[in-house]
Design a binder for this molecule. Structure first.
Ligand code: B12
Length: 344
């Protein structure tokens, strides 16, 4: 069965890359008719194809528009698989939501459909759910479990608010998504009751009976012990304007940037500041270092050398000397960018 899926993966990618909804659905229905389980189609065909979409975008082989179109087709395909399977709920009720500001709804949707296939009654609230509204909904509907999805580490502070509110209301939360870290370490740190790396692992855990809950973390999240996270958040607008200005003066190629390139650089700096905030929030410089390594690869594919990132990070470091934890993350980021510059 895995052989069938392996062969279909390239074909599926081709179809979503051409925004071919019908072709993608036909392919997947054909595999269902051949006996491939719906769950395998969701997790071993559509999910890896979406990762490939990300890689193709990162390598500048696919445009943002093509990535959006492909993702829209995958969403339609997931819906078609779900509509065809249409299982009756035989187990408890789960609410699945994405943290506020988190627009990666498809990873959560895959969890939703896997849980439904396994007999759970699932309410799916979709992308970017404001915390207070989520809490009201949970109080009104009283699910057995809340499943919170977070793909970007930058959304962890918002996820934390939900985790805290659910904990005080005595509602168990299952956390998941790449933002919580490969081993779920930020889920544990921020007070989730349980974490799972994938949708099927989550479903297996739930089926196995009472959840193996995390012990309450003895470490308070770092942002509670000092003011660096809050300070960086408050200083963000003037800091970014100042860094963009200094970068224009110290990085010669920027002198000839057009308005669009300037806008993109400002956006990249914004993401860099957001990931720095996230690293401070969970007190883990690796969050920042990994993002910088990824950013350098993305920029290199677009003709921007890692030296530009090194220069920008040095300027940031200079301006944040009063924040020692931020400086530690920035140092890790500078090292990651220098390594990228050497390998490029
Ligand atoms: C499609 C996409 C988007 C779409 C999302 C649309 C949608 N409807 O989902 C849009 C265009 C909105 C988007 C926006 C952005 N994106 Co994007 N996106 C992607 C992409 C290509 C695919 C996402 C996807 O479908 N993944 C497939 C699933 C299967 O992912 P998964 O994480 O493996 O999911 C499994 C588990 O995590 C788990 N799981 C997920 N949730 C939960 C919850 C629980 C409770 C449990 C138990 C388990 C669980 O179950 C899933 C199935 O097993 C990824 C690439 C990638 N590698 O994922 C980038 C990616 C995630 N995006 C990225 C970025 C940077 C962004 C932007 C910041 C880009 C920008 N410049 O604006 C914005 C941020 C928007 C925001 N604030 O949320 C980066 C993140 C980099 C990083 N270091 O963190 C990635 C990795 C970029 C890449 N290589 O292409 N993106």
């Amino acid at each position: 069965m895995s052989g069938l899926i392996g062969v279909a993966l390239d074909l599926y990618l081709e179809r979503i890359g051409e925004a071919d909804d019908q072709g993608a659905v036909d392919l997947v229905f054909g595999l269902l008719d051949d006996g491939v389980p719906a769950e395998d189609l969701l997790l071993r065909l559509i999910a890896p194809a979406q990762h490939r979409v990300g890689d193709l975008w990162a390598a500048n082989q696919w445009s943002v528009a093509r990535e959006h179109a492909a993702t829209a087709v995958s969403e339609a395909t997931v819906a078609a698989v779900a509509a065809r399977a249409c299982p009756r709920p035989t187990r408890g009720r789960v609410t699945v939501a994405c943290a506020y500001g988190e627009y990666h709804a498809l990873p959560a949707r895959l969890l939703v459909e896997v849980l439904r296939l396994r007999g759970w009654q699932v309410d799916f609230l979709g992308a970017s759910v404001p915390g207070p509204h989520l809490m009201t909904y949970l109080h009104q509907t009283g699910p057995d479990l809340v499943a919170l999805s977070c793909t970007l580490p930058t959304r962890l502070p918002r996820a934390h608010s939900v985790l805290t509110a659910c904990r005080s209301a005595g509602m168990p939360v299952l956390a998941g998504g790449a933002g919580f870290g490969l081993d779920g370490r930020y889920a544990r740190l921020l007070g989730a009751d349980v974490w799972a790396p994938t949708a099927d692992a989550a479903a297996d855990n739930l089926e196995a009976g009472p959840l193996p809950l995390f012990p309450v973390s003895p470490d308070a999240p770092a942002h509670v012990t000092d003011e660096e996270y809050t300070q960086l958040l408050q200083r963000r607008p003037e800091l970014l304007a100042g860094v963009l200005d200094a970068l224009t003066r110290t990085y010669p190629p920027m002198a000839s940037y057009d308005a669009r390139q300037m806008e993109r650089t400002a956006e990249d700096l914004g993401h860099i500041a957001d990931f720095l905030c996230a690293a401070l929030y969970v007190d883990d410089a690796a969050v920042f270092g990994e993002f910088i390594a990824w950013t350098c690869a993305v920029l290199r594919a677009r003709g921007v050398p890692a030296e530009a990132v090194v220069t920008g990070l040095r300027i940031l470091h200079d301006r944040l000397r009063d924040l020692p934890r931020a400086c530690r993350s920035l140092t890790e980021g500078i090292q990651a960018a220098q390594a990228a510059a050497c390998s490029g």
